[in-house]
Write a protein that binds this ligand. Structure first.
Ligand code: GLY
Ligand code: MN
Ligand code: MN
Length: 436
């Protein structure tokens, strides 16, 4: 993504903040995994959205209308010794050049410089309460100013949660963002195809995970957007199953919920298919209901509809389908009203998608479901889960968990499915697996 995109985002935020204010955002920190070993570093999504800067030990500051420039980065200085061990450090000069900051200073100078920048502003925007250490740090900087009031210093009087303004901006994806998300979804879709092709009884769930991850990496996506879920048989009914260490048995379905992260943007796709390559009658009956629900929900994604419309569409099809199979008994409208589907469909039909897999943005505005607008990105992911412990259900339905999930962008006229590259009809899945 080019630096103009990041400059524009910082300008957009500065405009919403208004003058006499300052925003302060810390980079993510490196997390230890075990002795002398660290987790892979992943930049904080808010910080990355505004900066494009991928290193720890950094703070971004935005001061609307500041004479010497509105956007300032504090970051690590270059250090040949450290770089010999850990690789390239961008450093303040190159950060200005490559990411378009107005100013940049060594991180080690922040305590000297930042109180002077806060001084004289009325409002401090930051993510209050998210990180106790950073809360204390901001207060320390403010207290430096408070200690100088007798010399005429003006400490800020208001502390504002930054996320309301910032997350509203993040909710609407730019053309550049949609392009990256489409690429991420394309890579993930092809990874799902590889997993379907590799699938055969006797392998283990993690072999399919390996097919996915290897395809993601081969195609430029080093990381997954979240731990991959590969659950066969009854494991497909465990919504956040990530053990992925059980054997794949012919006769079972396997549910894969996996997506790569590309340039920090997430994709999030689920497909469910038979280990043997052929659906049983019961698996097919339930699968067709979930697919019909998903298509109805995707159809409901268009400007003017509200956030809950796709969910309502999915719930109606799933409830009617379970009623048709005799798994639910009663009258359709009253089953929907009583939420009788919930033992079998216990989650919502989707979430915002972006830098975070469960991306930021309000789902309700003024107490009402948010109206969908062009540029919003979301998942559509209905499912039916009938675990071996389900009560009051005939044995033939048990151990079947199905979810179908795609990534969708709201467009001016309707929607675009970014993850359409992976089959989802019974016929297409069986045909693909028959080829192997
Ligand atoms: N993969 C997480 C989700 O589907 O929400
Ligand atoms: Mn998912
Ligand atoms: Mn999802």
């Amino acid at each position: 993504m080019n630096k103009k995109e990041f400059i524009k985002r910082r300008k957009n935020l500065a405009e919403v903040m208004g003058e006499n204010s300052i925003a302060i955002l810390p980079a993510a920190t490196v997390k230890g995994r075990n002795r002398d070993v660290e987790h892979s570093f992943r930049q904080d999504s808010d910080f990355f959205y505004l900066s494009g800067f991928a290193e720890p030990d950094a703070v971004l500051v935005i001061i609307p209308g500041r004479e010497h420039g509105e956007s300032i980065l504090f970051c690590r200085e270059r250090n040949p010794e450290k770089e010999m061990w850990d690789g390239d450090i961008l450093g303040p000069e190159r950060a200005i050049e490559s990411l378009g900051f107005d100013d940049a200073f060594p991180f080690s100078d922040i305590d000297e410089i930042l109180p002077g920048m806060i001084e004289g502003t009325d409002k401090v925007y930051y993510a209050i309460g998210l990180n106790a250490q950073f809360d204390a740090q901001v207060m320390e900087w403010v207290n430096v100013i408070r200690s100088k009031v007798r010399s005429g210093a003006h400490p800020p009087g208001e502390f504002v949660a930054l996320e309301h303004a910032l997350h509203e901006l993040r909710l609407f994806k730019s053309t550049a963002e949609i392009k990256v998300m489409a690429k991420a979804a394309e890579i993930s879709a092809a990874g799902h195809i590889k997993a379907m092709q590799r699938c055969t009884g006797g392998l283990f769930e993690y072999h399919l995970e390996s097919a996915l991850i290897s395809h993601f990496m081969d195609n430029g996506a080093r990381f997954t957007a979240y731990p991959s879920i590969v659950g066969a048989g009854d494991n497909s009914c465990v919504l956040h199953y990530i053990d992925n260490h059980h054997e794949l048995k012919n006769g079972d379905l396997v549910l894969i919920d996996a997506g790569c992260e590309l340039d920090c943007y997430a994709s999030d796709i689920t497909r469910t298919f038979p280990v043997s390559g052929v659906f049983s009658a019961e698996q097919k009956a339930l699968y067709e209901i979930v697919l019909e629900a998903q298509l109805a929900a995707i159809e409901a994604v268009r400007p003017g509809n509200h956030w809950n419309h796709p969910h309502e569409a999915a719930v109606r099809v799933i409830t009617a389908g379970l009623l048709g199979l005799g798994i639910l008994k009663g009258e359709l409208e009253s089953l929907i009203e009583k939420e009788s589907y919930k033992p079998f469909y216990m989650h919502r039909t989707g979430h915002w998608l972006g830098l975070d897999v469960h991306d930021v943005g309000e789902y309700k505005v003024g107490g009402e479901w948010r109206v969908l607008e062009s540029g919003m990105a979301l998942t559509v992911e209905p499912g039916i889960y009938i675990s071996k412990n389900a009560k009051g259900v005939a044995k033939k339905w048990k151990g079947i968990g199905i979810r179908i999930e795609d990534d969708v962008v709201v467009t001016a006229k309707g929607h675009k499915v970014l993850s359409a590259g992976v089959p989802k009809t019974v016929e297409d899945i069986e045909a693909l697996m028959a080829k192997g």
